[in-house]
Design a protein around this ligand. Structure first.
Ligand code: NAD
Length: 503
């Protein structure tokens, strides 16, 4: 049985730990590998390596750091197929979707290639007589990233390209469910010219994470995962004096207005609800439909499309399915329990994905596309994040009720509206309480040069990931005010005991 190791100081390293976690191919249900769950000593070894590497990496010119990123980008392109196959094999998502996630991560690498421009700081001449002021955006030191199973390439690349390009060193703790991608990324970084110790991977669970959250040498922690864990990460890292951004779960709603292009909206909702088996933090899980007539039209169209969806393994030579399995047997059971609760609490089950079986893959963790109508806000399927291919339809009478529903929900990651009316769309983008908004766009994931993050219990911490927020998160500002002696008149040398003001 192949064991996924750590990557410390430029090398794959075996852990002394005797704890392992099994890695499965979710399409077949077979164990394919195991991962070592690191103990304190190994995480400390990674921190030592990263701390040692920081001194020279922080002083390396931004242009040289950017050149490593350029090389890394080229290697990602060359290794796209290899990465997508590993992701599809461990996560279960279909091949083209895996290519899509590597591409979205690669775009952050492209953004990080511009670091000489992004890290310039500001300069003001003559803020006072003979006095200039400029700011430095300096790296923090050793930073850590803790990432979820659902995007084993993209989410780590929301973090480390910007952290590294700005001069920090980094320790990645990937999900123990699909950790192999992280090791490939580490080796590609080394091949791109990154010095040993600048990027490290430690595999593990809570034991490893707790070291990263409490060791005083870790300066900043980026986390993406479920909300209860995000709250724990944010409070523990903050209590230990670290900068922290912790992105949590979601329940993304779209509003379907009666004036929308219903066919366009149906296609968009299908992909956003069932793509990646609903295991995306930006998946659409609730369609709030204004008016019964529109709701009936949507249900009819969705039913027809669901009937033609191809569910199966993510990687079969020659043919591609629309949707793969979910991550584990336990997660499949959890999704099935949610579907049952919807039925028990009075919703109408239009299509039921629970008995989905794929020929030749009977042991795989497949859940078919599930559509639940007449869902109301009191129901568990409405309130909680299911993270599976389950779309809830809530019927309301008007736009205001639809908006109020979204704004009352505890999560505030993304939302969308389908309408032909510019005024409604504009009002929605101003009034909705979510961090990312789509106007006739079902999954409004911001590009790398903008920042990604939700509102409410979908994020903890003031700064989002990538874009300008990412650069701010991984740098600290220092503002230098300078006066040169040659230009200083003698009388200005006198001590002053009042708050300095410039003249
Ligand atoms: P998870 O919270 O179970 O795990 C995330 C990471 O935390 C993993 O590396 C895991 O090993 C670690 N972890 C788990 N339990 C821990 C504990 N008790 N102490 C310390 N560390 C712990 O999440 P997941 O199941 O891997 O991913 C799915 C979740 O991630 C969903 O809720 C989804 O919405 C969320 N997600 C959010 C975003 C976003 O941008 N907001 C993006 C992707 C995924």
């Amino acid at each position: 049985m192949e064991t996924v190791l750590n990557f410390i100081n430029g090398q794959r390293k075996t852990s002394q730990s005797e704890r392992f976690s099994a890695i499965y191919n979710p399409a077949t249900g077979e164990q394919t590998r195991q991962v070592q769950l690191s103990q304190k000593e190994e995480v400390e070894e990674a921190i030592n390596a990263a701390e040692k590497a920081f001194a020279s990496w922080a002083k390396t010119s931004p242009l040289k750091r950017a050149r490593v990123m350029f090389q890394f980008k080229a290697l990602l392109e060359q290794n796209m197929d290899r990465l997508a196959r590993v992701i599809s094999n461990e996560h279960g998502k279909v091949y083209s979707d895996a290519v899509g996630e590597v591409t979205r991560g690669l775009e952050v690498v492209e953004f990080a290639c511009g670091i000489p421009h992004l890290q310039k700081g500001e300069h003001s001449a003559n803020v006072g007589t003979h006095v200039d002021s400029h700011s430095l955006m300096q790296p923090l030191g050793v930073c850590a990233g803790i990432t979820p199973f659902n995007f084993p390439a993209m989410v780590p690349m929301w973090m480390f390209p910007i952290a590294l390009a700005t001069g920090n060193t980094f320790i990645l703790k990937p999900s123990e469910k699909d950790p192999s991608t992280a090791l490939i990324l580490a080796e590609l970084l080394t091949e791109a010219g990154l010095p040993d110790g600048v990027f490290n991977v430690v595999n593990g669970d809570k034991e490893a994470v707790d070291v990263l959250l409490t060791d005083p040498r870790i300066q900043a922690v980026s986390f993406v995962g479920s909300t209860p864990i995000a709250e724990y990460i944010y409070s523990t890292a903050s209590a230990h004096g670290k900068r922290c951004q912790a992105l949590g779960g979601a329940k993304n709603h779209c509003i379907l207005m009666p004036d929308a292009d219903i066919d366009m909206a149906t296609n968009a909702i299908m992909g956003a609800a069932f793509g990646a088996a609903g295991e995306r933090c930006m998946a659409l899980s609730v369609a709030v439909v204004v008016g019964d007539e529109t709701a009936d039209q949507l249900i009819e169209r969705l039913q027809q499309k669901i009937a033609t969806m191809r569910v199966g393994p993510g990687m079969v030579d020659g043919t591609e399915n629309d949707m793969g399995p979910v991550i584990s047997a336990q997660h499949k059971q959890k999704i099935c329990d949610y579907i049952q609760s919807g039925q028990d609490q009075g919703a109408t089950l239009i299509t039921d994905g629970r008995d989905c079986s794929v020929e030749g893959y009977e042991a795989g963790y497949f859940v078919g596309p599930t559509l639940i109508d007449h869902v109301s806000p009191e129901m568990t399927v409405y309130q909680e994040e299911i993270f599976g291919p389950v779309l809830c339809v809530v019927r309301v009478e008007n736009y205001q009720t639809a908006l109020a529903l979204i704004n009352r929900h505890e999560y505030g990651n993304g939302s969308a509206i389908f309408t032909r009316d510019g005024e409604t769309a504009r009002q929605f983008s101003e009034e909705v309480h979510t961090g990312m908004v789509g106007i006739n766009v079902p999954i409004p994931v911001p590009m790398a040069f903008h920042s990604f993050g939700g509102w409410k219990r979908s994020i903890f911490g003031p700064l989002n990931v990538h874009g300008q927020d990412g650069v701010r998160f991984y740098t600290r500002m220092k503002t230098v005010t300078s006066r040169w002696p040659a230009s200083v008149r003698l009388e200005q040398h006198a001590s002053s005991f009042s708050m300095p003001t410039m003249d």
